[in-house]
Design a binder for this molecule. Structure first.
Ligand code: NQM
Length: 359
């Protein structure tokens, strides 16, 4: 389709993020051409993204590309792309569980999946990592219902629940739940836990960096000495995790941990890796939960761990996020037995997007 006629696009909030959702068949098949087009659609590079759909923050500069799945075990394939703000970079190196919340409804909206009676389950293969998720959401009368009674912190009001059950998240980007082979490492003299339950992350104790751990994202972003320290730690931890050059990657995330303030398990501040998350990612929260549940990790001692069958409440800058994570000790060490969470999603705009002209 000629760019001048516009490209079909659904703008959706997925969890606490927002992004542009496309059918893969509406975008160029080659990643280079596709990414160049997405940069012009989102208005990058430009920190304000003034000439495109992007919202001038990593959490609103996201794209979901969805297609029917050739894998017999999935209904649809979902590729997540993080679009840079001031750099012309589109990265597929991380997954996004927040945009994932909109993938099931999008698949129904676009006719890739037929809605069930009252509720629909969509099985999604997540191409960034090769792991799977099943999304369940209400579809009364055969259409996704976005209105509902579930409040999630970081989003005003309430909306219909989207239940996300994950499989195969442990080590999905790095090959192991604890990619260094240890639950605790020392990097640049600091105790860290490198963990990947769907989002490769480096967990640190805020107190070890001289922080309380409940500073606001703006305060943390203004601390340039902290940014330098975290950049060095991230580079060295990523090497230990076998992740290679992460200078243009958005993973691993750096997550500061401190004791919970409001009855949850732990307080978090998550770096994306430069801007600070206003809440926390879905796979990010599942990864923090797996990290603190593991005996001997940096967060284990400071966390108020949930009882059997209780959700793990991850506190963040705008409230909390309850996730369900189970760990078991197996012959090969610690394994993840369950990863699940509740999110909401909303269709905001359906239409055609007109990319900026080629430079
Ligand atoms: O961890 C932001 C988000 C995310 C990722 C990020 C996410 C997840 O909140 O599953 O959703 O960590 O870059 O959208």
């Amino acid at each position: 389709m000629a760019e001048t006629e516009g490209i079909p696009c659904l703008l959706m909030r997925g969890g606490t993020s927002k992004g542009a959702y496309f059918l893969a068949s509406d975008l160029p098949a080659g990643p280079k051409e596709r990414d160049a087009l997405l940069l012009r659609i989102m208005g990058s590079p430009d920190p304000r993204q003034i000439d495109g759909l992007g919202g001038a923050h990593p959490l609103t500069s996201k794209v979901a590309v969805v297609s029917p799945s050739p894998d017999g075990d999935a209904d649809v394939d979902y590729l997540f792309l993080q679009v840079g703000l001031d750099e012309a970079v589109v990265s597929s190196r991380q997954n996004c569980g927040n945009l994932l919340a909109g993938v099931g409804p999008f698949a129904v909206e676009r006719g890739l999946v037929r809605a069930g009676e009252g509720n629909t389950e969509v099985r999604i293969r997540m191409l960034n990592t090769g792991s799977f998720a099943t999304a369940a959401f209400p579809t009364p009368g055969g259409r996704p219902e976005y209105d509902g009674g579930l409040a999630i912190d970081g989003v005003p009001g309430t909306a219909a629940p989207v239940r996300l059950n994950f499989e195969g998240t442990a080590g999905s980007s790095t090959g192991a739940l604890f990619p260094t082979g240890r639950v605790l490492d020392t990097v640049d003299g600091m105790a860290v836990t490198c963990v990947d339950n769907g989002m490769p992350s480096v967990l640190l104790r805020a107190a070890d960096l001289g922080l309380a751990g409940d500073e606001s994202p703006a305060e943390l972003e203004a601390d340039t000495a902290l940014a330098d320290r975290l950049a060095g730690l991230r580079k060295n931890a990523a090497a230990l995790m076998g992740m290679g050059d992460v200078s243009t990657a958005t993973v691993p995330k750096m997550v500061l941990l401190s004791p919970a303030r409001n009855g949850g398990a732990v307080t978090t501040r998550s770096f994306l890796p430069v801007r600070v998350h206003t809440s926390i990612g879905v796979l990010g929260a599942l990864t923090v939960a797996a990290g603190i549940l593991a005996d001997g990790s940096v967060g284990h001692g400071l966390a108020a761990l949930p009882g059997p069958g209780e959700p793990c409440r991850i506190e963040h800058p705008t409230g909390h996020f309850d996730v369900e994570v189970g760990l078991a000790e197996g012959l090969d060490g610690v394994t993840v037995t369950r990863s699940a969470a509740l999110r909401t999603a909303r269709k905001i705009f359906d239409g055609r997007v007109f990319p900026r002209p080629r430079p």
